[in-house]
Design a protein around this ligand. Structure first.
Ligand code: ADP
Length: 604
């Protein structure tokens, strides 16, 4: 079994959840960091705003600080003080103060007599004119009369407008003959603040709110007043009420910054709602959470992709395993097949060996058969001359009985020739059997044909076979041996006669030749039954015969073919279009020479 390939671990959702939890916890430090950052930022901004505001407020106050002192030296004012009851001097002073008020931007400037009654005032023309009114209860009057600079915050008794009062005595030598007061409007200092979410809170030395951007806080005490302070309030009446309501601010709701205005004994505060920071912190948290969420989503997507990838890997691995398994299976099959093939090859080799052994045996048998063939051939070839000798002998006996000695001698001579021929045949068969080849000589075809015809002449006549010859007169020289050629032709003639024997009507035998550049063809045709199709295919084989065993040995055509091949020629068997067999004997051209007694014949 192949080992499964190492696959990366599948990502787990639980670990992802844990990671999400971890990431969420990150929001806590983020919250603190954001809060710290925004608080610091806000504190810096508000610090700057408060500094600016305080500088502006102090600047406004300082502008008027020295004015009462300077005005005290004006002759018009002194004149008014000195000529008390003189209306025109009073009016002149009031006009002067009105003029100075306009130029300095102060709220009201007025001149008091030493008893605290207002003598001249810049608002002398207005319905709420201070002229003739008693301000001796005001602390600034008291202070100025005692030679100290008068400073006071309070509401105007007639206008109810908040103001800061600067007062200085007008002196005649060491004696204070009157007091000059400059009231600075503070409402405008409050309006300066505008509509910012941060709130302004300015408290006086008693801790009571005198300037604020938040209406509800105005004139409320940031801490409870003690007895002395309450008495002070009762006496000076700086606020619209003698008992300021307490102001309680929840410290957690506000981010506060404080500046002390030592010159006036006030404290300025800027209060930023903590909600401002909280809003920004929340935004930062939202952004952080969104980033974390995006990160988580990215992780989820990556996780999904990884899972997908791992699953694909697993699938691939499984497919690979399956493939390996099927390859293994195929290999096993192939091995089995191979083993079977090897077995078959082995069996074949075994069979081959057996076949070769059988072949050896067959060859051995063939040799025996060749021996049989040989003896059969001998008997076959010798039977014809033997038959002829028998008939000559019988004739010679008859001739001797009739004292026809010459004729008898002629027969005996023929017998002698036949025995010579028989000896020749035997010698030739021996040569054939040995496979010896004698070099072909030039032989005249017509001569061999005549000899062969002579051998079968008696039988042909007895069978009344018509012989039709169409041969040229000029000798046709062919490459052959005299005996072998005669033997071949006589064999063919005797086959033709055998075939014609089966016929009852006119028996004919045609003998023709054809010549071309290669050689000479002798054509033997009969009007017998012709070759059967089996005979056409197998007649060359030794021992193929369609004749009764007594008649045929099946050696004639085999010997002829064999002999012809040794002469460079060949035999061709066919049937003629008009019926009957046609045998063609192909022979090579021989060198023309002198027709003589065949050399191969052995004469006894
Ligand atoms: P055999 O004559 O002993 O049978 P051959 O080899 O001479 O042997 O002839 C083989 C066979 O060829 C014959 O048995 C015969 O069937 C056929 N054959 C030969 N010559 C002729 C012919 N002229 N006409 C018809 N058949 C022939």
């Amino acid at each position: 079994m192949p080992k499964s390939p190492h696959l990366p671990k599948r990502p787990r959702w639980s670990s992802l959840l844990l990671l999400a939890l971890g990431l969420t916890l990150l929001l806590i430090p983020l919250r603190y960091a954001a809060q710290h950052y925004y608080e610091a930022q806000l504190a810096e901004q508000n610090g700057q705003t408060l500094d600016l505001y305080v500088a502006n407020l102090l600047g406004t106050l300082r502008r008027y600080e020295v004015l009462p002192d300077l005005l005290g030296d004006l002759p018009v004012l002194r004149h008014a003080l000195e000529g008390q009851g003189d209306g025109s001097a009073q009016d002149a002073a009031s006009q002067m103060l009105e003029d100075i008020r306009q130029r300095t931007g102060a709220d009201v400037i007025y001149l008091m007599q030493d008893d605290g009654t207002c003598l001249s005032s810049s608002n002398y023309r207005q319905p709420d004119s201070f002229v003739g009114r008693d301000f001796s209860f005001r602390p600034y009057y008291k202070a100025a009369m005692q030679g100290q600079p008068g400073r006071f915050f309070g509401l105007g008794t007639t206008s109810s407008k908040r103001g800061y009062y600067f007062a200085a005595a007008v002196r005649d030598g060491a004696r204070a003959i009157g007091v000059v007061v400059v009231k600075v409007d503070l409402d405008s200092a409050e309006r300066l603040w505008g509509n910012a979410p941060e709130q302004l809170l300015v408290t006086d030395d008693l801790g009571v709110v005198i300037l604020t951007s938040h209406d509800a806080w105005r004139f409320r005490a940031t801490h409870p007043l003690d007895e002395r302070q309450r008495e002070q309030v009762n006496a000076n009446r700086p606020y619209p009420t003698t008992n300021p309501a307490p102001l309680t601010l929840v410290p957690g709701d506000w981010l506060t910054q404080t500046r002390n205005l030592d010159e006036v004994g006030w404290t300025a505060r800027i209060l930023a709602p903590r909600e401002m920071v909280e809003r920004q912190v929340r935004s930062a948290l939202y952004v952080g959470a969104a980033t974390l969420l995006a990160l988580l989503l990215l992780l989820v997507v990556m996780t999904l992709r990884r899972r997908h990838f791992i699953e694909r890997l697993a699938l691939d691995a499984r497919a690979k395993r399956d493939l390996e398994l099927s390859v293994e299976e195929r290999t096993r099959d192939l091995q089995t097949l191979n083993a079977r093939l090897q077995q078959e090859v082995h069996d074949r080799e075994q069979a081959q060996r057996e076949l070769m052994r059988a072949q050896d045996e067959a060859v051995q048998a063939g040799k025996l058969s060749a021996l049989g063939t040989m003896s059969a051939s001998i008997s076959h070839e010798l039977n014809q001359p033997l038959a002829a000798i028998r008939s000559y002998t019988e004739n010679a006996v008859v001739l001797l009985d009739h004292d026809r000695l010459d004729d008898a001698r002629g027969n005996l001579k023929l017998i002698g020739e036949l025995t010579t021929r028989m000896a020749n045949i035997i010698a030739h068969l021996k040569a054939y059997a040995r496979g010896a080849r004698r070099a072909p000589e030039s032989v005249v075809l017509q001569g061999a044909l005549e000899d062969a015809l002579a051998l079968v002449a008696a039988r042909r006549r007895a069978m009344q076979v018509e012989l039709i010859r169409d041969l040229p007169d000029a000798p046709l020289w062919v490459q052959a041996g005299e005996t072998r050629l005669r033997q071949i032709i006589s064999n063919l003639l005797s086959n033709a006669l055998d075939a014609l024997a089966e016929k009852t009507s006119t028996r004919r035998l045609w003998l023709t030749t054809s010549i071309d550049e290669r050689g000479v063809t002798l054509i033997l045709r009969d009007n017998g039954p012709g070759f059967s199709s089996e005979a056409l295919a197998r007649a060359h084989e030794p021992f193929f015969t369609t004749k009764a065993t007594a008649q045929g040995l099946g050696l004639g055509l085999a010997i002829c073919d064999n002999l012809l091949r040794t002469l460079g020629g060949h035999l061709h068997l066919s049937n003629h279009g008009d019926g009957g067999a046609e045998v063609r004997l192909y022979l090579l051209h021989g060198k023309p020479g002198v027709a003589s007694v065949p050399q191969e014949e052995v004469r006894g």
